[in-house]
Design a protein around this ligand. Sequence first.
Ligand code: ZN
Length: 412
Amino acid sequence: MHNGITCRFCKSPLQHTLVDLGMSPLCESYLKTEQLNQMEPFYPLHVYVCESCFLAQLEEYVNPGAIFSEYAYFSSYADSWLQHAKNYTDLMVERFGINAGNHVVELASNDGYLLQYFVQKGVPVLGIEPAANVARSAIEKGVPTLIKFFGEKTALEMVEEGKQADLLIGNNVLAQVPDLNDFVKGMKILLKPRGIITMEFPHLMRLIEENQFDTIYHEHFSYFSFISVERIFAAHGLKIFDVEELTTHGGSLRIYASHADDSTKPAGQHVTELKNRELAGGLAGIDYYFSFGEKVKETKRKILEFLIKVKREGKLVCGYGAPGKGNTLLNYCGIRTDFLEYTVDRNPYKHGKYTPGTHIPIYHPDKIKETQPDYLFILPWNFKEEIMRQMSYIKEWGGKFIVAIPEVKVYE
Ligand SMILES: [Zn+2]
């Protein structure tokens, strides 16, 4: 039976489920002690896939103003993410000759973690960031930032003020845009005639094939394959001329786009190769999307099976990290302090707070040394190598690491 909702991009009725993770609170709404006894809003985490354009998507259950006006995620707290940003800057300078005569604009520029590297090279930049608290942190480090949501209206205002972009960057923002068409239309408007857009977002093919169900949360409205994003860009007069597959966030795409009529940027072989791989994998057929839901349920059973076993043995299990993805996993699996005594995070904003829905206390990483857990459950598995290096001292007391995605695995 049709539920009345339609595709965010092509407006076809949405009638196929990719995965249903039940009800969950907003994954970035960490709680203070005095909020623990209050009601918490839970919303469905039910992902549909469109049978016409194959965009996987969540309904917009929550107004983005409520999610993004005060955001707890400061990009600068992850070392490998900063390195990624620096490498990207060097690449853009080298490949496209971005210099002091160009204008670089980043959409959802967070705390200036990326644009700061262009500033260091003397390139004029402008960040656009709706979360006031992180935007202020960017401004303090010398990255000019507009505190705004981006779309057609903001783009037109910027063009009026002569602020078109030679390089327009959007990393991990496309997924978070409720009005996708308005956003991409805005990018088309803001881009100079020979300008370049680069965007990074998690690759839906990797999400499905590597079981990354915990990267689904209310803040991520859309989940893209290459073929779906190409179709969306084409509808707005933009073409993708190159694509790279990155390891960030468990497997992301970095697309390079230009105006469709910019003949100086012909589509390269990576575009053809990835498109063919997706077509061969079946991503342009609805059947491809049907087995994921059952795989996710089985993963939940395995995670709980493991935790029940080690808790019966009397082991102390603690978390490492309190990322958004951790909260999807904890809520979906029903993991509370009965399994994870506490978790730790390097972001001081989260210290003394509790994970949404599951109420696991979040401490400074020093707590690990004090309590010497038998198992450290790494929630941000995309940083697992970095974390296992930093925390290798848990081996002194026989501590082990657990990672749950793509499957439950113990690292000694
Ligand atoms: Zn669609």
